[in-house]
Design a binder for this molecule. Structure first.
Ligand SMILES: Nc1ncnc2c1ncn2[C@@H]1O[C@H](COP(=O)(O)OP(=O)(O)OP(=O)(O)O)[C@@H](O)[C@H]1O
Ligand SMILES: [Mg+2]
Length: 285
């Protein structure tokens, strides 16, 4: 079934003079095993929305249906919500701040134990998750606070992977990573997608959206203003400054304006564009 968001509203610090309406009548659908990106300017409500997906925040109005779970104000006290956190794994923007156990191994096993898996089995799951993020045995007994920023982030991601959720949400996963670590993390996410997981990535990185996302949603000031494919998004956006659209798309648009016969919806990489440039050259010779 996937995720069905219907007319969701959320306000922080309700009934105070600081009340901020973060989500306003948001609706969307995500199918199982889709790879989805959620974009929008800072403060547009992205993190708020994904925190509603695992019941960490409860909408004031509207509801979110996620497979057999319903997140709504009416259902806020349902005991099922705890299991929803096993079904939907949310990896925060700076998950490394949430490491608190004495060793990496214990930290990764913590979440698993929370869902009733004990002892050796919990450790086995932790070890498997650590190998998925590329951390070997030499990390098991190290204190998390001694690790580099990137390694901490990997430990935090392993903590969620160990629970093996069906839906994985990454809030700005590559921010602060060098290009190589970003690539490694994205290939891990792609692998999880191939294994059948539903992937939701919150990002400002339009190259990431262009390369990986099948569908993209855009929030603006708490409202859903766009849903479609990445190519549709890039052709829909007129003002390049608001979204930093990938250079390859800008080049393709310019070439089309100059008269090149280009199916913009199929151009995502330089390799996609090259045959059209070749054809254009042949025509000129
Ligand atoms: N804990 C909070 N208390 C009060 N207001 C908040 C809180 N968290 C977020 N907000 C406000 O809610 C709105 C949406 O914030 P949110 O963090 O969801 O945006 P975002 O799209 O994730 O932004 P960013 O790209 O900067 O991460 C903003 O106006 C923000 O200031
Ligand atoms: Mg955010």
């Amino acid at each position: 079934m996937g995720i069905k968001v219907s007319n969701v509203f959320y306000t922080y610090q309700k009934k105070t003079s600081h009340a901020t309406q973060a989500l306003s009548d948001v609706s969307l659908n995500i199918e199982n095993n889709e790879f989805v990106a959620l974009v929008g300017e800072t403060g547009s409500g992205k993190s708020t929305l994904v925190q509603c997906f695992n019941g960490l925040l409860i909408p004031d109005k509207g509801e979110i249906e996620i497979d057999e779970y319903i997140v709504s104000f009416k259902n806020r006290k349902s005991r099922k919500l705890k299991n929803l956190r096993k079904h939907v794994g949310l990896i925060f923007q700076f998950p490394e701040y949430q490491l608190f156990e004495e060793t990496v191994e214990k930290d990764v096993a913590f979440g698993v134990k929370n869902f009733g898996i004990k002892g050796k089995e919990a450790l086995e799951k932790a070890h498997l998750a650590l190998s998925q993020v590329g951390l070997d045995e030499s990390f098991y007994q190290r204190p998390p606070f001694e690790l580099s920023g990137g390694e901490k982030r990997k430990v935090a991601i392993a903590g969620i992977l160990a629970i093996n959720p069906e839906i994985l949400i990454f809030d700005e996963p590559t921010v602060g990573f060098d290009p190589e670590s970003s690539k490694e993390l994205m290939s891990l996410i792609v692998n999880l997608h191939k294994q059948g997981k539903t992937i939701i990535v919150v990002t400002h990185d339009m190259n990431l959206v262009n390369t990986y996302a099948e569908k993209v949603f855009m929030l603006d000031n708490g409202k859903m203003v766009f849903s479609g494919t990445p190519s549709e998004l890039f052709s829909h956006i007129q003002n390049y400054d608001r979204l930093d659209i990938p250079s390859i798309i800008k080049v393709a648009k310019k070439l089309k304006e100059k008269g090149m016969d280009l199916p913009l919806e199929n151009i995502r990489t330089i390799e996609d564009l090259l045959p059209y440039i070749e054809k254009w050259r042949e025509k000129d010779v």
